[in-house]
Design a protein around this ligand. Structure first.
Ligand code: PGA
Length: 252
């Protein structure tokens, strides 16, 4: 059986401010990642840079979008559809990021987007995460619900195109990542939810971690947390740091 590669996803969010900087960043990452053996890199620039960045895809670099509208075409001011994205060699779409949920995206809307994206042949990186951890463990139920609602009515044969990114909200953009030990618990929990849902082992579904992942904690988060890679925000904007993270993950 072909081994599924690890993934390091760079979520550029609303950065950088110029096209020149965007090109410089992708070029540096591309140059330094030619010899990866076990890892693929997904760069998720803002929509306006997708076309330029898509010119650098290939080898170990893949293109991702930070969002997609679930409708194919029509009167939706300011939106970009999943079908439009596929023209730019977009292979991955981040969906349900906590910053978008905060802007009002509901579980129901995220589910529609997931179905459109995987139905359109792309991979959906579904972000889930609790805002706080209560001592009763209620957040487990919350996360289970986020997974189940995002995958509602997704045909089982398309589940291979699903990636779950566990991103606890308290760690995103903060200076506090989860401990590798707690992350390991979360990985086991997410796999169990997926197994109960699909009836098969969820070993093929990649689970990523995001939230203050950096070059200092990358190695132990992936190794001890038993995840298939990382979703990196801030540190993906600094080529040197991001490349170091990628290489660390590849060496595991
Ligand atoms: P961060 O962001 O790495 O800056 O914490 C992660 C994310 O929002 O995906």
């Amino acid at each position: 059986m072909k081994k599924v590669k690890k993934l390091v996803v760079g979520n550029w969010k609303m950065n950088p401010t110029s096209l020149e900087e965007a090109k410089k960043l992708v070029l540096s990452v591309k140059r330094s990642t030619r010899n990866l053996k076990r890892t693929e890199v997904v760069l998720c620039p803002p929509f306006i840079y997708l076309s330029a960045v898509s010119g650098f895809t290939g080898e170990n670099i893949f293109l991702g979008a930070q969002n997609a509208n679930h409708e194919t075409v029509g009167s939706f001011t300011g939106e970009v559809s999943f079908a439009e994205l596929s023209q730019f060699k977009v292979d991955y779409v981040i969906l349900g990021h906590s910053e978008r949920r905060k802007m009002g995206e509901s579980d129901e809307l995220i589910n529609k987007k997931v179905r459109s994206v995987v139905g359109g042949g792309m991979n959906a990186i579904i972000c889930i995460g609790e805002s706080t951890r209560d001592s009763n463990g209620d957040f487990y139920g919350f996360l289970k619900q986020q997974i189940l609602s995002s995958l509602k009515d997704v045909p089982k044969k398309l589940l291979g195109q699903i990636i779950i990114a566990y991103e606890p909200i308290w760690a995103v953009g903060a200076r506090e990542a989860i401990s590798p030990r707690d992350l390991h618990e979360m990985t086991i929990f997410i796999k169990k939810v997926l197994k109960d849902l699909c009836g098969v082992s969820a070993d093929g579904t990649r689970i990523l971690y995001g939230g203050d992942a950096d070059r200092v904690n990358a190695d132990e988060l992936v190794k001890e947390g038993n995840v298939s890679g990382l979703l990196v925000g801030r540190e993906s904007l600094n080529a040197k740091d991001f490349i170091e993270i990628i290489k660390l993950v590849d060496s595991i």
